[in-house]
Ligand binder design. Sequence first.
Ligand code: CP
Length: 334
Amino acid sequence: MTSLFGRHLITFDQWSRTEIDTVLDMADELKRRRAAGEVLDWLKNRTLFMIFFEQSTRTRNSMEAAMTQLGGHAHDLTAEKMQISHGETPRDTAKVLSRMGEAIAIRNCFYGIGNRYLNDIAAHADIPLISMQDDVYHPLQAIADLMTIREHCGPDLRGRKVAISWAYAASHAKPLSVPQSQILLFPRYGMDVVVAHPPEFPLQPDLVARAQQHAAQNGCRLTFTETMEDALRDADIVIPKNWGGFAHIPDFTDDEPHRYLMRNNLERHRDWICDERRFALARPDARVMHALPADRGREVTDAVLDSPNSIIYDEAENRLHTAKSLLTLLLGRR
Ligand code: CP
């Protein structure tokens, strides 16, 4: 597939299966070539503008390292470093950056705001807009997860069972975008996905409906349960991960009453931790994954996360290879 040049990436749900396969194939190729010590300059003199509204370790460094390793350069920006903080419009920001470089990448996870902001930038940008996570989607994480599962389970993933379980965390209310991107992508590759969460922490109903359609079209199942045990039983892949609530409440604002309510709901579910007893319900060769950062000892125990079944660092490394693949395909000269 060679027609990805210039495309925006906000969610892989807007991309065909063939286009996603192209990203995975290119990522495999770039991983092999890095292992062989090859130096590539496919993005020489190309500039990526990265604008972060929130913190990041993996996304920031995988994208910046990707540009460096391909001979280009990434500007590491925040809203505060730019006139965005003084109210400059998405249109002016998009138009100006389009005159100066080859792509814009943005992370904005504010509930009810982030996805709309990214779409606003995309509507006015003359160069690709790449989501580095918003309040709804995290495509860069989902594609790295898929690459990692293929490496460990083989290219034919039909009939594999992925358990995505909500887990308790105290560090911050983690975005819904990771599980939502996973349930949208994994069924397209024939994987059965079961999601466990307490009733207060549902995923967005419209995205669940879309993911159910993908599952039906691909002969697999997306199911839901309210216990971690149910989800983990006989799973091939276990993903214990916190996410916050309220993202799909239209007037949600991150104000004090909401945060109070969220904390109350959280504290009732401290026992939602993936420990050795629960992980033992999965298949003996099951892999545990986590997008990271993990709340160790809250979402998942060290014993599970550091066990031989853990592939969390492969998953993190694959953020680099998939970032290089996407940047090559979207920005590279033809
Ligand atoms: N998984 C992930 O996106 O990590 P960062 O928040 O560190 O970028």
